[in-house]
Design a protein around this ligand. Structure first.
Ligand code: FES
Length: 178
């Protein structure tokens, strides 16, 4: 199987994983970067948000073929010690609730502040308003499909030979959730 290469948190990663494997699975199950969460698997909840070339994207909606050659930053890559300004502000303002959606929201907020240091409330709402912890946790625990509506069978994650089930392997034993 041909190798694919991409950069994650500044490190070049080569893999022989299936080209159809979602980036989210690669991050969690191959690299062990479990800070990026699985929620809906449909690009809706934002739990899987990472930076692609500095832009916030949903890792469940990007396969390795599309990710090849690009640079990604996960919650683990924002800072080595939790000292990113958004992470510090999250603690100082006591933002966290259940915690499941926090990595995706922090990464999204970091992307927003990188492109505009003082966003308006409307811009904050636009960037973060569709992140949904409830949707993420509920759908993850229910083991809902990760297939995008209307996606051809060949594009579905389960088409990847080494990942026949829909839920990322790292979450199957726990039945979803954190
Ligand atoms: S948007 Fe990717 S898991 Fe919900």
């Amino acid at each position: 199987m041909p190798k694919l290469a991409l950069f994650v948190n500044g490190v070049r990663q080569e893999t022989e994983s299936a080209a159809a494997m979602p980036l989210l699975w690669f991050l969690r199950d191959v690299l062990g970067l479990t800070g990026t969460k699985y929620g809906c698997g449909e690009g809706v909840c934002g739990a899987c948000t990472v930076l692609e070339e500095g832009v916030a994207v949903r890792a469940c909606q990007i396969d390795l073929a599309a990710a090849a050659g690009k640079r990604y930053t996960t919650i683990e890559g924002l800072s080595a010690d939790g000292s990113h300004p958004v992470q510090r502000a999250w603690l100082e303002e006591n933002v966290a609730q259940c915690g499941y959606c926090q990595p995706g929201m922090i990464v999204e907020a970091a992307a927003l502040l990188a492109r505009k240091a003082a966003p308006t409330p409307a811009e904050v709402e636009s960037a973060l308003g569709d992140h949904s912890a409830a949707a993420a946790a509920t759908r993850a625990s229910a083991g809902r499909s990760t297939a995008r509506p209307g996606a051809p069978a060949s594009a579905r994650p389960e088409a990847a030979d080494d990942h026949p089930a829909r839920l990322p392997p790292s979450l199957r034993a726990a039945g979803g959730g954190c």
